[in-house]
Design a protein around this ligand. Structure first.
Ligand code: NAP
Length: 289
């Protein structure tokens, strides 16, 4: 990477930020597209979030990614918020404008582009989400927008799934989402197979032997398993899906595409499928180091 007086700076604000893969993604994309851009991690303490945002703007940063735990907390400090991010209630990408930073959510479009790239269809599909946290809620909104046929949300705490059911069915004006407890899949009769999006933290490194549903019979109902976890690259959930004859994917491509969409917003570049594939190969190589 060559840095000179014209280098534009982007970065990540969060706590912690030590394990981020985003610098690798953005430096790869910058090199491939000839953009003079540097990307740095910035560890921000909770009480300094507002200072960090105004400081980033004052320092002429081109763009900022926002990660845990600030994706919602940052909203009051932005000059504008994209409608999708407003609906989700969380931003992960800030784009510099003349008035201040405008917030976007590239996680959900990122997941959608990742699924398209993996050949996973949503339109007209019966989809199950495991988990009802912040990401599961956003996934359910994305699935509704992309015309999934039905959305079942299974969660340990039923009330959290019910809150998402109520919210999305209200927006849609029809019964699209059904909340269920984690073992209610046993009541699903028939041969129907689902696209299942694993949106809990269960199975994440270092607890790699864990999975939120352990029964083999469940996995016979899974046509495609999409785990949003990317460390490890093959989760226990994915192994069980594959063992039962389904296809399974990790969340690494979602991570890549949320970065690609942020990069496109910051630079105006369009990242081709070829560059995205090369970037994914580079990420995989880094993960396997
Ligand atoms: P969150 O708000 O903390 O929600 C966690 C969910 O996991 C809740 O539904 C919770 O159930 C469930 N859960 C936790 N421990 C459990 C256990 N022992 N048994 C059963 N359920 C359990 O998390 P989040 O922010 O939505 O993130 C969800 C996942 O998305 C994480 O794995 C994260 O790494 C992943 N993610 C991936 C990307 C990417 O780019 N690939 C981006 C963002 C997030 P209760 O409601 O019952 O507590």
């Amino acid at each position: 990477m060559y840095i000179d007086g014209k280098t534009r700076t982007c970065g990540l604000i969060g706590n912690p930020v030590e394990h981020t893969m985003s610098p690798a993604i953005h430096h790869f994309l910058a090199e491939k597209t000839g953009q003079n851009l540097a990307y740095l991690p910035f560890l921000v303490e909770e009480e300094r979030l507002e200072d960090a945002i105004s400081g980033a703007y004052a320092l002429n940063l081109l763009g900022v990614n926002v990660t845990v735990p600030y994706k919602s907390d940052v909203l009051p400090f932005l000059s504008d918020v994209d409608p999708l991010a407003k609906q989700i209630g969380a931003v992960n990408t800030l784009v510099r404008t003349d008035e201040g930073f405008k917030g976007y959510n590239t996680d959900m479009p990122g997941l959608y582009r990742a699924m398209q790239s993996d050949g996973v269809n949503i339109e007209g599909e019966s989809v199950m989400i495991l988990g009802a946290g912040g990401v599961a809620r956003a996934v359910a909104m994305m699935l509704a927008k992309k015309n999934a046929k039905e959305i079942l949300i299974l969660n340990r705490t039923l009330e959290r799934a019910q809150a998402i059911e109520d919210e999305i069915n209200e927006i849609e004006g029809r019964h699209l989402v059904s909340a269920m407890s984690l073992d209610a899949w046993k009541e699903l009769t028939g041969e129907k197979r689902f696209v299942v999006i694993q949106a809990t933290k269960v199975g994440m490194h270092p607890f790699t032997e864990e999975t939120v549903i352990t029964e083999k019979a469940f996995y016979k109902k899974v046509k495609v398993g999409y785990d949003l976890i990317y460390n490890p690259l093959e989760t226990r959930f994915m192994q069980l899906v594959k063992k039962a004859g389904g296809r399974a994917y990790p969340g690494l491509k979602m991570l890549l595409y949320q970065g690609i969409i942020a990069f496109e917003l910051w630079t105006g570049e369009t990242i081709t499928e070829e560059i995205a594939n090369d970037a994914y190969a580079a990420l995989l190589a880094q993960m396997n180091k």
